[in-house]
Design a protein around this ligand. Structure first.
Ligand SMILES: [Zn+2]
Ligand SMILES: [Zn+2]
Length: 142
């Protein structure tokens, strides 16, 4: 977990803290996440970088960043995998028409509900993590 706002990230420190050697590719990928501050995929990153880094390298970098915990996967029900900075716990509402994404924070009701689900479960004793994505229509598309 990173506790800074993406805009204030020291990209190099973030890589060093995660035991990475700083390379132009790694810096460029991290920077794209910080600048956009929303879930993005490899295709978007390649486009933003004007093809300066080939797609296979971007994929490799994303998967490595996910393993080290810098990024987390976000399931947006799209064909390609989306990632975001693993900086704070939140959820997403996604427009199924235009792809607009809005974050929303966990609230006490959701927390209570999750606890109740575990208490009521016959087979599970604990929940280690969760994701919650909602799909609908944004105000423009509605
Ligand atoms: Zn929309
Ligand atoms: Zn949550």
């Amino acid at each position: 977990m990173l506790n800074k706002k993406p805009q204030n990230f020291d990209f190099k420190k973030l890589l060093k803290d995660n035991k990475y050697i700083i390379t132009p590719t790694r810096l460029a990928v991290i920077e794209t996440f910080c600048k956009n501050n929303r879930p993005i995929g490899a295709e978007f990153i390649c486009k933003k970088l004007n093809g300066k880094i080939n797609e296979a390298t971007v994929y490799r970098t994303l998967s490595s960043f996910e393993k080290s915990g810098i990024l987390r996967k976000v399931d947006l029900r799209k064909d390609s995998t989306y990632f975001e900075l693993n900086n704070d716990h939140h959820h997403h509402i996604v427009c199924t028409k235009c792809g607009e994404i809005e974050d929303f924070k966990e609230n006490i009701e959701i927390e209570k509900l999750l606890k109740k689900v575990v208490v009521d479960s016959k087979k599970f004793k604990s929940i280690e993590e969760h994701s919650l994505e909602l799909f609908g229509l944004c105000r423009v598309c509605n």
